[in-house]
Design a protein around this ligand. Structure first.
Ligand code: NAD
Length: 436
């Protein structure tokens, strides 16, 4: 395998994972970020995001001398044959992806890129970005490649090293081949495509997952109405190999740093092109409805008939958008918390990845505590929002004694209803009958 010299711009979940994994495959990698504090920490092997295996991989790269961290893209691209852009692409004011950070990197390194090198966008960018980058570069010698990233937070290292597929899109075959070579140590099918197709794939995947989850959440609502059980329905549904069992669990609505912004961005792109995409619009609408529906349920259980929760104490278990990550961006737990607070509820929340010291990152009306039992104390309902495994083993008898009303709303059907029932608690799942 050829060892390459690579630059990675942006050391967030994607950039740091890509950098450390590419170094573990034997390449020499220089990672750049704007934040000098983060760069200094990473240079000491101090990884501040929660990602299984990532601190070890970063340390191994540093020890082997194959991984370095620098401030600013300019320093990183010197000598690099391939440069990965991994900066954020948040939602812009018009709902479409905001490419300010990508454009800034391209502008910064335009004249500094080595002759005949390859510039890769790994950030999620709308179709047409490769063409836009090519035009902004003004460097016919530099190949432009789209290599979207499909990793999931929490399992980013294993997802990067054992992906379902690697997608490489370029209108320059030599540049696509050079990027494919970097993945020689990764055992996965490589899909070589034109740049536009590769850019579409990433949004196509995320929007499909959002549609699937919204579909399940509405099925759960239907199950509640007819007395069916969503767990049994989705088990049988998922056994159909045409459908697959992943992303078939009901919950408080989907969220995180990708699905909300990517659904909005695809709709924005489709709108701009005059393509109607009602399915994705409906998935977004269903997601907002799910949050209101769960808040209505909580209000029925411990608030007023008109949906108000004025002065009602509610305990929340979980704040991150899913278990295994410390990421709070666009978390459905926070969206539900905002809806409960809007109705007047007083919120106390626990999350193992969100110590009380992170309270500044949260709305002021959420009181964060470091012990799940504290969240239950005096509450009229305990609401599970994030499926952290250890919540299943909580001391339910103690929680029953601490709660003001013996009500647990399990938005993700994560807990064991029998264990709660044995402790005298009423379990209210999603898409299934309550267990008293
Ligand atoms: P992030 O916000 O965690 O990290 C982005 C990093 O880029 C930050 O550390 C920031 O300081 C740095 N940065 C910004 N401008 C810079 C510049 N000019 N020079 C150097 N560094 C700069 O973002 P993320 O979650 O890693 O996502 C990055 C991209 O990957 C996004 O487009 C996202 O949609 C996509 N993506 C994310 C995931 C995920 O699960 N987080 C998965 C697949 C794809």
């Amino acid at each position: 395998m050829h060892r390459h010299t690579i630059a990675v711009i942006g050391t967030g979940y994607v950039g740091l994972t890509a950098g450390a994994c590419l170094a573990s495959l034997g390449h020499r990698v220089v990672c750049a970020d704007l934040d000098p504090v983060k760069v200094a920490e990473l240079g000491r092997g101090d990884v501040r995001i929660l990602e299984e295996g990532l601190p070890e991989l970063v340390q191994a790269g540093l020890d082997a001398g194959r991984l370095r961290f620098v401030v600013g893209a300019a320093d990183a691209v010197r000598g690099a044959r391939t440069v990965f852009i991994c900066v954020g692409t948040p939602t812009g004011p018009d709902g479409r992806a905001d490419l300010t950070a990508v454009d800034a990197v391209v502008e910064e390194i335009r004249t500094l890129l080595e002759p005949d090198s390859v510039l890769v966008t790994k950030s999620t960018v709308p179709v047409g970005t490769a063409a836009r980058v090519t035009a902004a570069l003004g460097r016919p010698d530099v190949g432009v490649v789209s290599n979207p990233e499909f990793l999931r937070e929490g399992t980013s290292v294993s997802d990067f090293l054992q992906p379902d597929r690697v997608v490489i899109g370029s209108d320059s075959p030599w540049a696509a081949a050079q990027v494919a070579e970097l993945y020689a140590g990764v055992d996965a099918p490589v899909v070589i495509a034109d740049a536009a197709s590769a850019e579409v794939v990433k949004y196509a995947a995320n929007c499909f997952l959002a549609v699937k989850l919204s579909y399940v959440n509405t099925l759960a609502e239907l199950c509640e109405e007819v007395g069916a059980d969503i767990g049994r329905v989705t088990t049988a549904l998922g056994q159909d190999h045409r459908i697959g069992s992943a992303f078939l669990r009901p919950g408080p609505g989907w969220g995180g740093s990708c699905l909300p912004k990517d659904t909005r961005a695809l709709l924005g792109t489709a709108d701009a092109l005059g393509v109607d995409f009602p399915l994705v619009r409906a998935a977004i609408g269903t997601n907002a409805h799910q949050r209101t529906r769960i808040a209505d349920r909580i209000a029925r259980l411990c608030g007023d008939a008109d949906g108000s929760l004025a002065g009602v104490r509610i305990g929340l278990l979980g704040l991150t958008f899913k278990a295994g990550t410390d990421d709070l961006r666009d978390s459905p737990a926070l969206a539900l918390a905002a809806e409960l607070a809007r109705r007047g509820a007083e919120l106390t929340a626990h999350d193992p990845a969100v110590p009380a010291t992170r309270h500044t990152e949260l709305p002021a009306d959420i009181n964060v505590v470091d012990d799940p039992h504290q969240a239950a104390k005096g509450a009229s309902a305990l609401v599970l929002c994030t499926e952290w495994p250890h919540y299943r083993g909580l001391d339910w008898a103690r929680i029953a004694a601490d709660l003001h009303h013996p009500v647990v709303v399990d938005t993700r059907n994560h807990l064991d209803p029998a264990a709660l029932s044995a402790a005298g608690l009423a379990w209210h799942g999603t898409g299934t009958s309550p267990v008293e």
